[in-house]
Write a protein that binds this ligand. Structure first.
Ligand SMILES: C[S@@+](CC[C@H](N)C(=O)[O-])C[C@H]1O[C@@H](n2cnc3c(N)ncnc32)[C@H](O)[C@@H]1O
Length: 207
Protein backbone atom coordinates (compact mmCIF):
# COMPACT_ATOMS: atom_id res chain seq x y z
CA UNK A 1 0.00 0.00 0.00
CA UNK A 2 1.33 3.50 -0.78
CA UNK A 3 1.85 6.26 1.79
CA UNK A 4 -1.31 8.11 0.83
CA UNK A 5 -3.62 5.14 1.26
CA UNK A 6 -1.93 4.27 4.53
CA UNK A 7 -2.66 7.77 5.83
CA UNK A 8 -6.20 7.89 4.47
CA UNK A 9 -7.68 5.99 7.41
CA UNK A 10 -6.13 8.39 9.93
CA UNK A 11 -7.27 11.45 8.03
CA UNK A 12 -10.78 10.05 7.58
CA UNK A 13 -11.32 9.66 11.31
CA UNK A 14 -9.72 12.91 12.50
CA UNK A 15 -11.72 16.08 13.25
CA UNK A 16 -11.62 18.83 10.60
CA UNK A 17 -8.56 21.06 10.64
CA UNK A 18 -8.62 24.25 12.65
CA UNK A 19 -6.41 26.98 11.13
CA UNK A 20 -3.10 27.02 12.96
CA UNK A 21 0.27 28.68 12.46
CA UNK A 22 3.25 26.39 11.91
CA UNK A 23 4.83 25.40 15.22
CA UNK A 24 8.23 26.67 14.10
CA UNK A 25 6.97 30.22 13.64
CA UNK A 26 6.08 30.77 17.29
CA UNK A 27 7.80 33.96 18.42
CA UNK A 28 8.81 34.84 14.85
CA UNK A 29 5.39 35.97 13.61
CA UNK A 30 6.77 39.37 12.58
CA UNK A 31 8.93 37.62 9.98
CA UNK A 32 5.87 36.46 8.04
CA UNK A 33 5.61 38.09 4.59
CA UNK A 34 2.44 40.04 3.79
CA UNK A 35 0.74 37.37 1.72
CA UNK A 36 1.69 36.08 -1.71
CA UNK A 37 2.18 32.46 -2.73
CA UNK A 38 2.61 29.69 -0.16
CA UNK A 39 3.46 26.00 -0.32
CA UNK A 40 2.37 23.57 2.40
CA UNK A 41 4.32 20.34 1.98
CA UNK A 42 2.49 17.21 3.20
CA UNK A 43 -0.34 19.42 4.39
CA UNK A 44 -2.46 16.71 6.00
CA UNK A 45 -5.92 18.07 6.82
CA UNK A 46 -4.52 21.53 6.22
CA UNK A 47 -4.38 23.44 9.50
CA UNK A 48 -1.36 25.42 8.26
CA UNK A 49 -2.82 25.81 4.77
CA UNK A 50 -6.03 27.32 6.17
CA UNK A 51 -4.09 29.60 8.51
CA UNK A 52 -1.97 30.88 5.61
CA UNK A 53 -5.03 31.38 3.41
CA UNK A 54 -6.62 33.46 6.17
CA UNK A 55 -3.50 35.62 6.10
CA UNK A 56 -3.76 36.42 2.43
CA UNK A 57 -1.65 33.67 0.88
CA UNK A 58 -2.69 31.59 -2.09
CA UNK A 59 -1.63 28.13 -0.97
CA UNK A 60 -0.49 25.10 -2.93
CA UNK A 61 -1.19 22.27 -0.50
CA UNK A 62 0.33 18.89 -1.33
CA UNK A 63 -0.29 15.54 0.32
CA UNK A 64 -0.23 11.89 -0.73
CA UNK A 65 -3.54 11.19 0.94
CA UNK A 66 -6.60 11.74 -1.28
CA UNK A 67 -8.76 11.78 1.86
CA UNK A 68 -6.69 14.59 3.40
CA UNK A 69 -6.81 16.70 0.25
CA UNK A 70 -10.57 16.19 -0.16
CA UNK A 71 -11.25 17.03 3.47
CA UNK A 72 -9.06 20.12 3.24
CA UNK A 73 -11.11 21.27 0.24
CA UNK A 74 -14.34 20.78 2.23
CA UNK A 75 -12.99 22.72 5.18
CA UNK A 76 -11.74 25.52 2.92
CA UNK A 77 -15.26 25.86 1.54
CA UNK A 78 -16.72 25.85 5.06
CA UNK A 79 -14.37 28.65 6.12
CA UNK A 80 -14.86 30.71 2.94
CA UNK A 81 -11.30 29.98 1.78
CA UNK A 82 -11.97 27.86 -1.30
CA UNK A 83 -10.43 30.49 -3.60
CA UNK A 84 -6.91 30.63 -2.16
CA UNK A 85 -6.59 26.93 -1.25
CA UNK A 86 -5.29 24.69 -4.01
CA UNK A 87 -5.04 21.14 -2.74
CA UNK A 88 -3.35 18.46 -4.77
CA UNK A 89 -2.69 14.77 -4.27
CA UNK A 90 1.03 14.12 -4.73
CA UNK A 91 3.35 11.41 -3.46
CA UNK A 92 6.44 13.35 -2.41
CA UNK A 93 8.73 10.37 -1.95
CA UNK A 94 12.02 11.40 -3.50
CA UNK A 95 11.04 14.94 -4.42
CA UNK A 96 8.40 17.52 -5.24
CA UNK A 97 6.42 17.33 -8.49
CA UNK A 98 8.45 18.84 -11.35
CA UNK A 99 5.99 21.68 -11.85
CA UNK A 100 6.22 22.86 -8.23
CA UNK A 101 8.94 25.40 -8.80
CA UNK A 102 7.89 28.53 -6.92
CA UNK A 103 8.84 31.17 -6.30
CA UNK A 104 6.98 31.10 -2.99
CA UNK A 105 6.73 33.76 -0.30
CA UNK A 106 6.13 31.11 2.33
CA UNK A 107 7.08 27.42 2.36
CA UNK A 108 6.08 25.20 5.26
CA UNK A 109 7.00 21.57 5.83
CA UNK A 110 5.83 20.26 9.16
CA UNK A 111 6.11 16.68 10.43
CA UNK A 112 7.06 15.22 7.05
CA UNK A 113 10.61 14.25 6.19
CA UNK A 114 11.94 13.27 2.83
CA UNK A 115 15.60 14.29 2.42
CA UNK A 116 15.28 15.18 -1.28
CA UNK A 117 12.18 17.28 -0.61
CA UNK A 118 13.82 19.07 2.30
CA UNK A 119 16.91 19.85 0.26
CA UNK A 120 14.80 21.49 -2.44
CA UNK A 121 12.70 23.81 -0.29
CA UNK A 122 15.04 26.79 0.23
CA UNK A 123 15.49 27.04 -3.53
CA UNK A 124 11.75 27.65 -3.98
CA UNK A 125 11.72 30.90 -2.03
CA UNK A 126 11.13 34.29 -3.58
CA UNK A 127 13.39 37.09 -2.32
CA UNK A 128 12.17 37.89 1.20
CA UNK A 129 10.36 34.56 1.36
CA UNK A 130 10.24 32.45 4.51
CA UNK A 131 10.87 28.73 4.96
CA UNK A 132 9.56 27.02 8.12
CA UNK A 133 10.46 23.35 8.66
CA UNK A 134 9.80 21.20 11.70
CA UNK A 135 10.50 17.47 11.66
CA UNK A 136 11.04 14.68 14.14
CA UNK A 137 14.66 14.46 15.20
CA UNK A 138 16.68 11.71 16.82
CA UNK A 139 18.12 14.37 19.15
CA UNK A 140 16.46 13.91 22.51
CA UNK A 141 13.85 11.54 21.11
CA UNK A 142 12.38 9.09 23.61
CA UNK A 143 12.76 6.22 21.12
CA UNK A 144 14.39 5.73 17.72
CA UNK A 145 12.18 6.39 14.69
CA UNK A 146 12.88 5.77 11.04
CA UNK A 147 11.07 9.04 10.34
CA UNK A 148 13.41 11.12 12.50
CA UNK A 149 16.10 13.40 11.10
CA UNK A 150 19.66 12.66 12.09
CA UNK A 151 21.55 15.08 14.33
CA UNK A 152 22.38 18.23 12.37
CA UNK A 153 20.38 17.22 9.31
CA UNK A 154 18.21 20.34 9.27
CA UNK A 155 21.12 22.57 10.27
CA UNK A 156 22.89 21.43 7.12
CA UNK A 157 19.95 22.74 5.10
CA UNK A 158 20.30 26.08 6.83
CA UNK A 159 23.76 26.46 5.29
CA UNK A 160 22.31 27.70 2.03
CA UNK A 161 23.85 30.83 0.59
CA UNK A 162 21.47 33.72 0.15
CA UNK A 163 19.41 32.80 3.20
CA UNK A 164 19.38 34.19 6.71
CA UNK A 165 18.79 31.72 9.54
CA UNK A 166 16.12 32.99 11.92
CA UNK A 167 15.86 29.75 13.88
CA UNK A 168 17.89 26.55 14.06
CA UNK A 169 16.98 24.43 17.05
CA UNK A 170 17.13 20.72 17.77
CA UNK A 171 16.19 18.72 20.85
CA UNK A 172 13.33 16.98 22.63
CA UNK A 173 12.85 14.83 19.55
CA UNK A 174 12.20 17.72 17.18
CA UNK A 175 14.25 19.90 14.85
CA UNK A 176 13.19 23.26 13.41
CA UNK A 177 14.73 25.68 10.98
CA UNK A 178 13.34 29.00 9.83
CA UNK A 179 15.12 30.72 6.94
CA UNK A 180 14.50 33.93 5.08
CA UNK A 181 15.79 34.31 1.55
CA UNK A 182 17.84 37.45 1.33
CA UNK A 183 19.82 36.87 -1.82
CA UNK A 184 19.29 35.50 -5.28
CA UNK A 185 19.20 31.89 -4.10
CA UNK A 186 21.24 28.75 -4.63
CA UNK A 187 20.57 28.48 -8.37
CA UNK A 188 22.08 31.90 -9.05
CA UNK A 189 25.69 32.69 -9.88
CA UNK A 190 25.46 36.12 -8.27
CA UNK A 191 27.59 36.61 -5.19
CA UNK A 192 25.67 36.79 -1.88
CA UNK A 193 27.26 38.81 0.96
CA UNK A 194 28.29 36.56 3.84
CA UNK A 195 26.94 38.91 6.50
CA UNK A 196 23.41 37.98 5.43
CA UNK A 197 24.05 34.32 6.02
CA UNK A 198 23.57 32.49 9.27
CA UNK A 199 24.52 34.65 12.19
CA UNK A 200 22.25 32.71 14.50
CA UNK A 201 23.33 29.15 14.75
CA UNK A 202 22.40 25.87 16.19
CA UNK A 203 20.19 26.17 19.25
CA UNK A 204 19.71 29.90 19.09
CA UNK A 205 16.82 31.96 17.78
CA UNK A 206 16.63 35.37 16.28
CA UNK A 207 13.86 37.36 14.68
C1 LIG B 1 2.28 13.87 10.60
S1 LIG B 1 1.31 14.35 9.22
C2 LIG B 1 1.65 16.09 9.15
C3 LIG B 1 0.55 16.87 8.48
C4 LIG B 1 0.73 18.37 8.53
N1 LIG B 1 1.95 18.79 7.86
C5 LIG B 1 0.72 18.86 9.96
O1 LIG B 1 1.74 19.32 10.45
O2 LIG B 1 -0.34 18.76 10.59
C6 LIG B 1 2.26 13.73 7.86
C7 LIG B 1 1.57 13.96 6.53
O3 LIG B 1 2.42 13.49 5.50
C8 LIG B 1 1.61 12.87 4.52
N2 LIG B 1 2.49 11.95 3.79
C9 LIG B 1 3.03 10.79 4.23
N3 LIG B 1 3.80 10.24 3.28
C10 LIG B 1 3.74 11.08 2.21
C11 LIG B 1 4.32 11.06 0.92
N4 LIG B 1 5.14 10.07 0.53
N5 LIG B 1 4.05 12.07 0.07
C12 LIG B 1 3.24 13.09 0.46
N6 LIG B 1 2.64 13.16 1.66
C13 LIG B 1 2.89 12.16 2.54
C14 LIG B 1 0.50 12.20 5.29
O4 LIG B 1 -0.65 11.96 4.51
C15 LIG B 1 0.26 13.22 6.38
O5 LIG B 1 -0.74 14.12 5.99
Amino acid sequence: MDDGRRWDARHRDAPPAVPRAPDGLTGLEDALPDGGRALDVACGLGAVTLWAAQRGFTVDALDASPVAVARLADQAVALGLAGPVRGRVADLTGGLPADVTGPYDLVVCQRFRDPAVLRSLAGLLAPGGLLVVTVLSEMGAPAPSRFAAGAGELSALARTSGHRVLRDVEGDGRATIVLRRTGPGPGSRRRVPREHDADERHGRDSA
